[in-house]
Design a protein around this ligand. Structure first.
Ligand SMILES: Nc1ncnc2c1ncn2[C@@H]1O[C@H](COP(=O)(O)OP(=O)(O)OP(=O)(O)O)[C@@H](O)[C@H]1O
Ligand SMILES: [Mg+2]
Length: 112
């Protein structure tokens, strides 16, 4: 299993979520986060306003998937989160040791 962690623009969340539902993703965790990339200190547009602060509001999506669909999920996120502008975000992929569905005790891929 892999964990896909995507930092995206808040305005792209609904489209990304719908597209991930369409390819059969059953669960995800979403958080409001703040961060910066390589333009640190420079302006970025968020909801029509220019931000000149160091940390810009972003959404973090965390999804645990079977290894075999990792590339598919990444390409859906790239397609739906991308606007072509700076600050579109990043995708990080990490190995995952175990998953457990607490209600049933199912483990591994059965728990996803
Ligand atoms: N190396 C990193 N480690 C952790 N989080 C990061 C890293 N780079 C970017 N992020 C997160 O992703 C968000 C979006 O980054 P961003 O898309 O601006 O990256 P970038 O490298 O500046 O690319 P671009 O030139 O397209 O803007 C940041 O606000 C931050 O939350
Ligand atoms: Mg940037």
């Amino acid at each position: 299993m892999r964990k896909i962690e995507a930092i995206i623009k808040p305005s792209r969340l609904d489209e990304v979520k719908d597209a991930l539902n369409e390819i059969g993703i059953n669960g995800m965790t979403v958080s409001e986060v703040r961060g910066f990339g390589r333009q640190k200190g420079h302006t970025e547009i968020f909801r029509g306003a220019e931000y000149q602060v160091d940390f810009i509001p972003k959404i973090k999506i965390e999804i645990i998937v079977e290894r075999s669909i990792t590339e598919k999920v990444i390409s859906v996120i790239e397609e739906k989160a991308g606007t072509g502008n700076i600050g579109d975000g990043k995708v990080f992929v990490l190995p995952v040791e175990q998953a457990v569905r607490i209600r049933t005790g199912e483990c591994g891929r059965e728990a996803l």
